[in-house]
Design a protein around this ligand. Structure first.
Ligand code: ATP
Ligand code: FE
Length: 366
């Protein structure tokens, strides 16, 4: 079987073709990241314009690189939620047009479900497994129980770790450093942190003790970061485009604070799963994905937590962790293979900006 996947939920226009033998026939992406880094953040209507400009050539390239004609496809999978509505609308209307032209079936995709299941394209991971998704738009910890069955164990109560990285990097003016040119905020902080001391600055984190659940919070960390940066700037008389002299120490400490928070929440989630018999104790697996998961320091730190709890950690390669058409194609294929997801009336499919992943833990576990 053959599935085309189309992704336009945020700032990447992606399309890919995958077959049921897990062969990636094509995987094409146009990233707007550079434009948005220059603009200081994703501007939804600009993102929409860029998707409109690129969608046709990206999808056509995915088909021609795969040497597949539209009518050879068994399904067209397209991201419909959650995401930026103007961006989602471009992918969905293009998919509808292709379906009208070809009569191929449509499978609407939940972007976060696709992130959660991408790993199964490249290796065997049986259900149930835990998944931690950390990206620019999300932070969630869920139990993947089946292709369409997810239990949401924790989510961010405010912003995402990617946001905290990006805003802090901007406050630090890291893009003024030649070595950070073209890098995302998170990647810039990871790079600068390599030469820094993670114990140099303290980031007190009150939410950990106060709330007995597995939810995350990053706005406090970001605020603390802002305050420290401003204090350091005043102390060192830094003005204009100049950067604080102890930037490496700061980045290392900030990155450590993010890791500490993720690690503590993960630890609690593992204990929670044991308490409610949600994960088979003899073969626990954690998959970590999302753009922030390309951070090697975070990966290594989470590995230590997993080792302590007899949990097998899997981090898909960075390319599969960020947004791409391939994860959408694969999610479509997973659904197709179990006879799910195909819509009767594709014209009535709509996009949704917000849509939580799966069932909420509070509804299921009393
Ligand atoms: P979503 O996938 O939730 O819609 P998104 O498209 O913004 O959101 P991704 O493309 O998955 O998310 O990831 C982008 C985010 O990942 C950015 O916030 C970026 O700073 C962060 N990021 C990228 N590389 C690293 C890194 N090495 N360390 C930390 N964060 C990183
Ligand atoms: Fe994403």
């Amino acid at each position: 079987k053959l599935v085309l996947g189309i992704e336009t939920s945020c700032d990447d226009t992606g399309a890919a073709v995958v077959n049921s033998e897990r062969n990636v026939l094509s995987d094409v992406i146009h990233s707007q990241t550079r434009t948005h880094i220059e603009m200081g953040g994703v501007i939804p209507l600009l993102a929409q314009d860029l998707h409109r400009i690129h969608i046709k050539e990206i999808v056509d390239a995915a088909l021609s690189q795969a040497d597949v004609r539209l009518k050879d496809l068994d399904a067209i999978a397209v991201t419909v939620k959650p995401g930026l509505p103007p961006s989602l609308s471009v992918g969905l209307s293009h998919a509808k047009q292709l379906v009208r032209e070809s009569g191929v079936q449509m499978i609407p995709i939940h972007h976060m479900e696709a992130h959660a299941l991408t790993v199964r394209l490249i290796q065997r991971v049986d259900f149930p497994f835990l998944v931690l998704l950390v990206s620019g738009g999300h932070c969630l910890l869920a139990l993947s129980r089946d292709v369409e069955d997810f239990l949401l164990i924790g989510k961010s109560m405010d912003e995402s770790p990617g946001d905290a990285f990006d805003k802090t990097a901007r406050k630090l003016k890291l893009k003024n450093l030649p070595e950070c040119s073209g890098l995302s905020g998170g990647a810039s902080i990871e790079l600068m942190a390599k030469k820094g001391n993670p114990a140099a600055f303290k980031f007190p984190h009150h939410i950990l003790g106060r709330y007995p659940h597995c939810n995350f919070s990053f706005s406090g960390l970001k605020e603390t970061a802002r305050r420290i940066i401003e204090d350091e700037e005043t102390k060192h008389g830094v003005e204009g485009p100049n950067i604080i002299p102890n930037v490496a120490d700061f980045c290392a400490s900030f990155q450590f604070a993010i890791l500490h928070h993720l690690a503590r929440r993960l630890q609690r989630a593992l204990l929670f799963c044991d308490l409610h018999n949600l994960l088979p104790v003899e073969k626990r697996t954690l998959v970590v994905s999302g753009g922030v998961a390309s951070n090697m320091y975070l990966r290594e730190g989470l590995q230590k937590v997993c080792d302590l709890h007899d949990c097998h950690l899997i981090c898909p390669p960075p390319k599969l962790c960020t947004d791409n058409g391939l994860m959408i194609a694969w999610n479509g294929m997973e659904k197709l293979l179990v006879g799910k997801g195909i819509v009767e009336d594709f014209e009535s499919v709509t996009f949704e900006g917000r849509c939580p992943l799966g069932k909420d833990i509070t509804d299921e576990v009393a």
